[in-house]
Design a protein around this ligand. Structure first.
Ligand code: RAM
Length: 884
């Protein structure tokens, strides 16, 4: 009989250099089994024996704790309804270096005249060291203030990009562990690093502000090999390291990279190179450097080059200028393998779109309802440049920056560049794909793929709003999108990592920053009132909603435990705002507040629904009464908090927040439902939220849903929702009895609509509904995933795979396909924590047929379009009915 498969350690396939000695282990049961009755875990030094348990997800390891550098290899066997399985293939984990174990010291490149922001070089750092015998194992531990790449004897170490990743650096800095066994030699060896500003010192965000975490870059690294009594450090950063400038004259995460290969220091990574004249790097101590407590490891997979795309077409726009089209909007960079004869300077300008002249567009990104300084707009063009040294095999790949682009303009090549010499490299967190959808309608499939690519374009270590203009971890964006992302990729570790930063950057009073990591944190005034202030409803609520969604999708109760203090502090902060602040006009009209107003969150700064189409109100968003939205989110977050408290056994908190959330709900109803039962804020978004969050009493649900349909019709059967409510629009309509209208909206192809994007050739989801207008011209970001959350409807409703909030991890789930829109077949497959779920259906001659797969350890409720339901257990199933 076959064995368990898909072994995971915490949320990782490869858990190399983690900082949890006793991680939680997961596996899939052998194919064909339905239920686990017991498991047995064995490592080289420990055996759990047979443990009676049906748990196979995040099972705590209970053996002896390993030490740094010790690889624990584990296998699992299970007893199921099929009997005793074979042992699985081994999985493994290895502990990284502990904060107190470091022998290395921080070093800073010697920098006499700190170069101007946006124009700073990458430094070369090197040290030679001797090895007697070749060790049978060797490790490199490294991290940096800035981006670093490591080389040993001229060979690149590992395949991670943009290391050490983006975190809340003052509180959390990730250390990477590398296996360098194969790279070392007996005798002389060279440790070499390239260090650039990265997110630490380089520019960040809309305003491209530099020096946000510090004014110096720095490196910390250590090589260790096994010795008789553990491990010995054979080289480490500290005194004796040399540094110099090299070919990377400028490297900034936002403004690009400039390389001059004629300045390359040939052989600097090899032993025997004479670096005696190079300046010494400076050992740095104190401040952040002595805070070893912030050294940590990532619970997420690393950022890698995950794919390369060939250029599909090339258009010469003028002599010496060619525009290459990769056919897909991505995050990453270009790889150029023909740099022309020595001295040639090539300038690369990246863009998501072409202008009317057929050249790359560079000025479309800033159509925003907030003022943007001119100099910022000027630096927004994404550019790299390279000077050729004419050496054979020279390749340009700017690994110390990223760009969001589909096109690149290359200027300066004396001859025509061969398209084969120009590739696009897709760079993002190397997440495991877990979900797929296809149906009979190609436009819908294109929309789905655009949303997948938009997520890929914005999953570069942190969930970003866009890979171009801001590249910030906007909390509202991830709050809105995480359920969709969880249908597509395993985002558990990715989300956990981000949540740790959210908690780290959270203000001591509980306020959550609108972007995470909040790179401006060191500069903000403590009252948080720098524009835009933090704590917007719908953004800060990520503190509760993201852990909740992560728990639901992956059955990880640890996320709830770890984030509990953060989510509670957020709800307390928002509750305090509700109690103390009032919207000025309400206070004027009603000088004596009504009792319910202490639960109304109508003061403070909010983005509101954000970017609602056809928004006729010309009051700036920050001066509007956003109380209906903010109070709705306060109810959502506080009721979830009550539920989470109950799950964690915190009874007093459960009772307190349950009561509080009921009072908030009552306040929302008192203030925002008119005497006739109509909602006073007559927007689609408000009605969607009322249905999705359960804000209206049961007896008003039909009325609310009907009004929503009227609003949609009044807009000519167009959506009118903004950033926050769009994801819930189609589910809200469908779940309240209007699937036909939901499909009409899905298939609407005049703007604003999703298919406008698909029809106008979008390969990622746009920030604005008319991101490319009818004339073909671009506006604002063309790679913002939030509106793409609509595709979760394809998984949850069209195909029908639906998570139940009372059954985390898909232990019991629904397969409830809702056909519509003329779709004749649809298929979704989803790798849940327990195994693969499938729902494939087709309609022919009015006959609906569903084939589904329910993985081991789980059960499902299948509901057919004719209303019939079936309770099914693990295995393959087939159901059919006549279409009603
Ligand atoms: C925009 C960002 C982001 C959004 C905020 C409010 O500039 O791109 O998507 O969350 O503003």
């Amino acid at each position: 009989m076959t064995a368990p498969t898909r072994l995971r350690v915490e949320h990782l396939d490869k858990a190399f250099g983690i900082d949890i000695p006793a991680p939680r282990l997961s596996w899939w049961l052998p194919a064909g089994s339905t239920r686990q009755v017991a498991y047995q875990i064995a490592t080289e030094t420990w055996d759990s024996g047979r443990v009676e348990s049906d748990r196979s997800v995040l099972v705590p390891y209970a053996g002896p704790l390993p030490s740094t550098g010790e690889t624990v290899r584990w296998r699992v066997k299970v007893w199921t309804d099929l009997g005793e399985s074979e042992w699985s293939q081994p999985g493994s984990w290895e502990l990284g270096i502990g904060a107190h174990e470091w022998a290395g010291q921080w070093i800073e490149p010697a920098e006499t005249d700190p170069p101007e922001a946006w124009h700073r070089p990458a430094y070369l750092l090197r040290q030679e060291f001797e090895l007697g015998e070749l060790p049978d194992r060797a490790r490199l531990y490294a991290t940096a203030h800035g981006y670093y790449e490591f080389f040993v004897n001229g060979l690149r170490v590992g395949d991670q990009e943009l290391a050490p990743g983006f975190t809340s650096y003052p509180s959390r800095l990730q250390v990477q562990t590398y296996d360098v066994t194969e790279l070392l030699r007996p005798g002389a060896n060279v440790a070499a690093a390239v260090l650039s500003d990265g997110r630490f010192r380089g520019s960040n965000g809309l305003e491209r502000t530099s020096d946000e975490y510090g004014t110096r870059t720095a490196l910390l690294a250590e090589f260790r090999v096994p010795s008789a009594d553990g491990w010995t450090t054979v080289a480490a950063t500290g005194p004796g390291w040399h540094c110099n400038l090299g070919e990377i004259g400028e490297a900034d995460p936002m403004t690009g990279q400039r390389v001059d290969f004629t300045q390359a220091r040939i052989g600097w990574q090899q032993p025997g190179f004479d670096a005696s004249a190079w300046p010494q790097a400076e050992v740095a101590t104190g401040g952040l450097y002595s805070d070893t407590g912030r050294l940590t490891t990532s619970p997420a997979p690393a950022v890698r080059r995950v794919q390369t795309l060939p250029s599909l077409s090339v258009t010469p726009t003028s002599p010496g200028v060619q525009v290459f089209d990769f056919g897909q909007n991505i995050n990453g960079w270009v790889r150029l393998s023909d740099l022309g004869p020595r001295g040639t300077t090539l300038t690369l300008t990246y863009s998501e779109a072409l202008g009317s002249d057929g050249d790359v567009a560079t000025d479309y990104l800033f159509d925003l309802p907030v003022p943007i300084p001119e100099e910022v707009k000027l630096t927004a063009a994404q550019k790299d440049s390279v000077v050729s040294a004419g050496r054979p095999g020279e390749v340009f790949e700017p690994r110390h920056t990223t760009h969001g682009f589909r096109y690149v303009r290359v200027e300066g090549h004396p001859g025509d560049l061969d398209p084969g010499a120009v590739e696009a490299v897709v760079v993002h967190t190397d997440l495991r794909r877990t979900g797929w959808f296809r149906c009979s309608d190609e436009r819908i499939n294109r929309l789905h793929e655009a949303a997948v690519w938009s997520f890929r374009g914005n999953a570069c270590d942190i969930p970003t709003d866009c890979p171009t203009r801001e590249r910030d971890g906007w909390s509202g964006d991830w709050q809105v999108f995480i359920p969709t992302a969880a249908y597509l990729y395993d985002v558990a570790g990715f989300s956990v990592k981000w949540l740790r930063d959210l908690a780290a950057d959270q203000y001591s009073d509980g306020m959550v920053t609108n972007i995470v990591p909040d790179h401006g944190i060191l500069h903000r005034t403590t009252d948080g009132m720098k524009m835009p202030p933090h704590g917007s409803a719908g953004w800060g609520d990520a503190a509760v909603i993201v852990p909740w969604e992560t728990y639901l999708a992956y059955n990880d109760i640890g996320v709830l435990e770890d984030q509990y203090a953060s989510m509670r502090a957020w709800v307390e902060w928002a509750a305090g705002k509700a109690r103390t602040a009032r919207f000025p006009q309400r206070a004027e009209a009603r000088p004596e507040p009504l009792p319910h107003e202490q639960y109304l969150w109508d003061g403070g700064f909010h983005f509101g629904e954000w970017l609602e189409p056809h928004d006729a109100d010309d009051t700036p968003f920050y001066l509007r009464d956003q109380g209906a939205i903010a109070t709705a989110y306060l109810y959502r977050s506080s009721s979830l908090l009550a539920r989470i408290a109950a799950i964690l056994g915190r009874t007093a908190d459960f009772e307190q927040y349950q009561r509080f959330s009921e009072q908030v709900l009552a306040a929302w109803r008192a203030e925002y439902i008119g005497p006739d039962g109509d909602l006073t804020l007559d927007t689609q978004a408000n009605h969607v939220r009322a249905l999705a969050f359960g804000l209206v009493p049961v007896e008003l649900r039909d009325r609310t849903a009907r009004r929503l349909t009227e609003l949609v019709r009044a807009a000519g059967t167009h959506l009118g929702t903004g950033f926050l409510a769009t994801a819930n629009l189609l589910p809200a309509l469908t779940d309240s009895g209007f699937p036909g209208l939901a499909y009409e909206l899905l298939f609407q192809d005049s703007a604003p609509s999703w298919l406008t994007m698909a029809d106008r050739g979008a390969t990622t989801i746009w920030e604005e509904w008319e991101g490319i207008d009818a004339e073909g011209l671009p506006h604002a970001s063309l790679n913002h995933y939030s509106k793409g959350a609509v595709i979760s409807f394809l998984h949850s409703h069209t195909a029908g795979i639906r998570l139940r909030p009372d059954s985390p991890g898909y232990r019991h789930f629904d397969i409830n396909p809702v056909p519509g829109g003329g779709i004749t077949w649809a298929k979704a497959d989803f790798d849940s924590p327990y195994g693969r779920i499938s729902a494939h259906w087709s309609i022919a001659d009015n006959h609906f047929e569903l084939r589904s797969v329910v993985p081991p350890s789980t059960t499902a409720t299948v509901a057919l379009p004719n209303g019939q339901t079936f309770e099914v257990s693990s295995g393959e199933h087939q159901h059919s009915c006549l279409m009603p």
